[in-house]
Design a protein around this ligand. Structure first.
Ligand SMILES: *Cc1c(COP(=O)(O)O)cnc(C)c1O
Length: 318
């Protein structure tokens, strides 16, 4: 069901699965704000759990530990284009009767155990914001599910609660997928697989070129197809590395400079002690190298050369 954005897709999927005011929804502390904003828009209370130190995706044990009597759903985030460890996450969900909404906004075409991102939970949300692996020219998103009742409810929720024209049977709003964006997406969709392959090719180049630098490189967990929405390296001296690369003409970005509870608006979601420490470390160390399908091989080599130089000059690897 096409909707107006990835944020709306998460919200409407949660609502369609029956999540209500007072329900708790667990998600990873290492994500961008829309994941949590969508949980709040659904009326629920977000609860943050820590991530796996290698992949940066929701740690299944942290999920189990974050659950209370009121927990009704979990939103695992397929961060940077790699699926969260869904088998143990689904096991926790089954045990506790939680609904599962995948945040697949960065993971078009990613796989887990041979299954596509978006087919693993009760429902999933994709974003087609222009910077995503499949992007429109403006905002757009989609909810996918194999449950016809959930699909029907999302269709109603995105259109004023109407099950038939001009008959609203429940609360709903306007979250239509804009027709022009849909047309753009339809022309781009056939290229997605080719673009994904190109992303993986460039990532392989980075892995080869940077293996000796001592930088922490992205981990491709066994059985998961990473689609490299982002190629995120980690450095204890991330900001110095970033400056060194900028001085060599390489623009980098940080995804994301704060864990969710590091934002003033979400400070109240912080949890005691070291419960979210891995998410905090990721925010302090992560650096995204340039990676998009149009990046040329020689440009990727320039990036590799610049990183190798920066590491040699400034000892930024550890
Ligand atoms: C982009 C993104 C969203 C939100 O999608 P929008 O289309 O921008 O609303 C949610 N979660 C993650 C992980 C994202 O990367």
């Amino acid at each position: 069901m096409g909707v107006a954005s990835g944020t709306d897709a998460i919200e409407l999927a949660l609502r369609a699965l029956g999540i209500e005011v007072g329900d708790e929804v667990v998600t990873a502390a290492a994500t961008c704000v829309p994941t949590v904003a969508a949980i709040e828009s659904a009326g629920a209370t977000p609860v943050l759990a820590d991530v796996d130190p290698e992949t940066g995706t929701l740690d299944p044990e942290a999920l189990a530990a974050a659950c209370t009597q009121r927990t009704r759903a979990v939103v695992p985030v397929h961060l940077y284009g790699q699926c969260a460890d869904m088998a143990p996450i689904l096991a926790v969900a089954r045990e506790r009767g939680l609904r599962v909404v995948e945040d697949a906004a960065q993971a078009h075409g990613a796989e887990y155990g041979g299954r596509r991102a978006g087919t693993l939970g009760d429902a999933a949300a994709f974003s087609f914001y222009p910077t995503k692996n499949l992007g429109a020219l403006g905002d757009a998103g989609i909810v996918v599910t194999d449950d016809p009742a959930v699909a029907e409810r999302v269709r109603a929720l995105r259109s004023y609660g109407e099950r038939e024209r001009y008959v609203s049977v429940e609360w709903g709003r306007n979250s239509r997928l804009d027709t022009l964006q849909a047309a753009v997406l339809a022309t781009k969709l056939p290229f997605l697989e080719r673009w994904t392959e190109r992303r993986r090719e460039l990532a392989a180049r980075y892995h080869d070129g940077l293996a000796g630098t001592g930088l922490v490189l992205p981990v491709e967990a066994p059985g998961r197809r990473h689609v490299y929405h982002l190629f995120v390296v980690r450095s204890l001296r991330r900001d110095v590395l970033r400056e060194q690369l900028a001085a060599r003409g390489v623009e980098t970005l940080v995804h994301y400079p704060r864990p969710i509870h590091g934002h003033p608006a979400y400070a109240h979601l912080a949890r005691g002690g070291a419960l979210l420490a891995r998410s905090e470390r990721l925010a302090a160390e992560a650096l995204s190298l340039p990676l998009y399908p149009d990046l040329r091989d020689d440009e990727a080599e320039q990036v590799v050369a610049a990183v190798v130089e920066a590491v040699a000059v400034e000892a930024v690897a550890r």
